[in-house]
Design a protein around this ligand. Structure first.
Ligand SMILES: [Zn+2]
Ligand SMILES: [Zn+2]
Length: 376
């Protein structure tokens, strides 16, 4: 089976760094995210979906140090396709845990130390995205609205510029790792010498120890801040759609990019109107006599009322379509329609006199008045 070049899928050369892989993935995932193609033509939607899947598969392998090392060596992520069968038969000789450990060790030496750098605190790390759910009502969704939301995010400490100390002599090289941020151990095994690299537990991989920590951030170089963000929701949005504010998420570390702020919209149900895309549906009750004789009704819309003439002999359940009285379509200049369902309300609690009149009326009606219920 021919395998696709996972680096090419992400638009990268084979020697791309972990930071490049992450950054390329984020860009492409944003570009092909299914949310953006919700109203696209079917073929465009399917193509974006396929691309989105492909990017995710590639990133799933290249972001996992063990899978990446295997892929870099064999050009596949699937041991069945690798040929050679180098690992077959080993399983029985080791307990499950021991076998995993050995495989992990082999992978870290195959990767030439690259994979083991992933968790080092001084590597460039992009900030995480922040997703906030914003509930709005149907009117706000239909006409758009401005909202202020409170966002708690990680920011670089401005007092120490992210260094963790305000004074140049406030940090020293870690004595335990000599500034590499790594702890190396050499282990002899049946596969030869295995070099194990782990994060230095003294400096947590920074390579430096802060001796005079910044008082604002306690030496962490970052602080959590609450901010008010003004959000402008465009007319025509619907539940499940999201708005992305690029670089407004958590701060990155060591020059990594900021994450994004994603506003996930939730449109609350309306007591009167139902919605389907740009179309609105509403029920309007009228009396039995109004239905028989015809009448003018006021049909509600989201902004005002429209007067509609109901013709005589209108049956319960009749639907009238008021063109363009629905919701504006997102990023378009067209509007959906308003569908008004007429419900004939049968009178309740009639007194003797009212009943007498209705009985008299009933007796003088025939199949020409009631072609369904009085048909012969
Ligand atoms: Zn600080
Ligand atoms: Zn150290």
């Amino acid at each position: 089976m021919a395998e696709k070049d996972l680096y090419a899928i992400l638009g990268l050369p084979k020697n791309a760094s972990d930071a490049d892989i992450k950054s390329a993935y984020r860009k492409l995932a944003k570009k092909y995210h299914p949310d953006l193609y919700a109203s696209a033509p079917a073929s465009e939607k399917a193509a974006a979906e396929a691309k989105f899947k492909e990017i995710n598969v590639a990133y799933g392998i290249l972001s996992d140090p063990q899978k990446k090392a295997y892929y870099d060596r064999y050009g596949t992520d699937n041991p069945q396709h690798a040929g050679g069968g180098g690992f077959s038969g080993f399983g029985s000789e080791f307990s499950a845990g021991g076998f995993e450990d050995i495989i992990n060790n082999i992978f870290s030496s195959f990767a030439g130390g690259r994979a083991s750098h992933v968790d080092r605190a001084n590597a460039r790390i992009d900030g995480d995205d922040i997703t906030i759910k914003l509930s709005i009502d149907l009117k706000e969704a239909a006409f758009g609205c401005d909202k202020e939301i409170t966002v708690k995010r990680v920011e670089k400490c401005s007092d120490c510029k992210g260094m963790g100390t305000k004074n140049a002599g406030g940090m020293k090289t870690c004595p335990k790792c000599g500034g590499t941020g790594e702890k190396r151990t050499v282990q002899n095994s049946i596969f030869g010498q295995i070099v194990n690299t782990t994060v230095c537990d003294e400096c947590h991989g920074r390579g430096k120890i802060i001796t005079d920590p910044c008082k604002t951030c306690g030496g962490r170089g970052e602080i959590v801040k609450s901010r008010i963000v003004k959000v402008s929701v465009p007319a025509g949005v619907d539940s499940g759609q999201s708005m992305t504010y690029y670089n407004e998420g958590n701060a990155g570390k060591n020059g990594g990019a900021n994450g994004n702020l994603i506003i996930l919209l939730d449109v609350k149900p309306h007591p009167k109107f139902k919605r389907k895309g740009g179309d609105l549906f509403v029920e309007v009750p009228i009396t039995f006599s109004q239905a028989a004789l015809g009448c003018k009704v006021e049909a509600p819309t989201l902004s005002d009322k429209v007067v509609y003439v109901v013709p005589e002999a209108t049956q319960s359940g009749t639907v009238f379509r008021l063109k363009g009285k629905g919701i504006k379509l997102l990023r378009k200049d067209t509007y959906g329609d308003l569908y008004v369902t007429i419900i004939v309300e049968t009178p309740k609690g009639l007194n003797r006199e009212q009943k007498n009149i209705l009985e008299k009326f009933e007796n003088i009606t025939s199949a020409s008045n009631y072609p369904k219920s009085k048909k012969n």
